[in-house]
Design a protein around this ligand. Structure first.
Ligand SMILES: [Zn+2]
Length: 211
């Protein structure tokens, strides 16, 4: 798995372009944030073709670039949990209205139900782990063979996601992290929605919200 990371917008949201290997041009885009022109430039320069956009949750700073990618690659499919689906189309729900910017996207092509299921596209395979708490439909993407987790805003290096936005729930967030993330192998690399990557082992031993 080849991962290119690019931080986008005022919130420096980590957007990931993921490919199966160096030879493939098909890619998955995880969380295209706001002000996504640098992402489009990077994709065009390398002749990468986004097959699917996977959204860890529906907040504006993780979905702000969806429509720009659609403009350039109209065949791209967008996937989000059914429980966050309306955040794509509602600036009030995705919190962009509150921030004074209007982020609005078309409805998603793929709605993930709340079972933990396998997801395959662009030659890549993930287990979708439903981890509500930051938002009702928050998910993490786990590539077991590679030992890689994309955690969105559920888990950060030394911190956890906020749960004070509408639909957030601190107790559920902690339960989900403990049940579904801290039970993964300790050497698993965790790519977070903001800030540096970490490992499950590091967070188990040193994250003040979890120890
Ligand atoms: Zn968020």
């Amino acid at each position: 798995m080849i991962i290119d990371t690019i931080a986008l917008g005022d919130y420096q949201t980590n957007c990931f372009c993921v490919r199966q290997n160096e030879e493939t041009s098909d890619c998955l885009i995880i969380d295209p944030g706001m002000e996504a022109a640098p992402l489009v430039q990077m994709l065009k320069k390398n002749d990468y073709i986004p097959v699917d956009i996977l959204l860890t949750h529906g907040h504006a700073d993780h979905i702000g670039g969806v429509e720009l990618i659609r403009q350039h690659w109209p065949d791209v499919r967008v996937a989000i949990s059914k429980d966050d689906a309306t955040m794509l189309t509602s600036p009030a729900e995705n919190l962009s209205l509150m921030a004074g910017t209007m982020v609005q996207a078309q409805p998603a092509e793929i709605l993930l139900d709340s079972e933990d299921t396998d997801y395959e596209a662009a030659g890549l395979r993930f287990k979708i782990l439903h981890t509500p708490g930051h938002t009702p439909g928050g998910i993490c993407l786990y590539a077991a063979d590679e030992g890689i987790l994309f955690a969105g805003d559920t888990l950060f290096a030394g911190s956890i996601g906020r749960s004070d936005f509408p639909g957030g729930n601190h107790r559920i967030l902690i339960d989900m992290i403990r049940q579904k993330l801290l039970t993964l192998p300790e050497q698993t690399t965790v790519y977070t929605g903001h800030g540096p990557a970490t490992t499950i082992g590091n967070e188990k031993t040193s994250n003040p919200f979890l120890t």
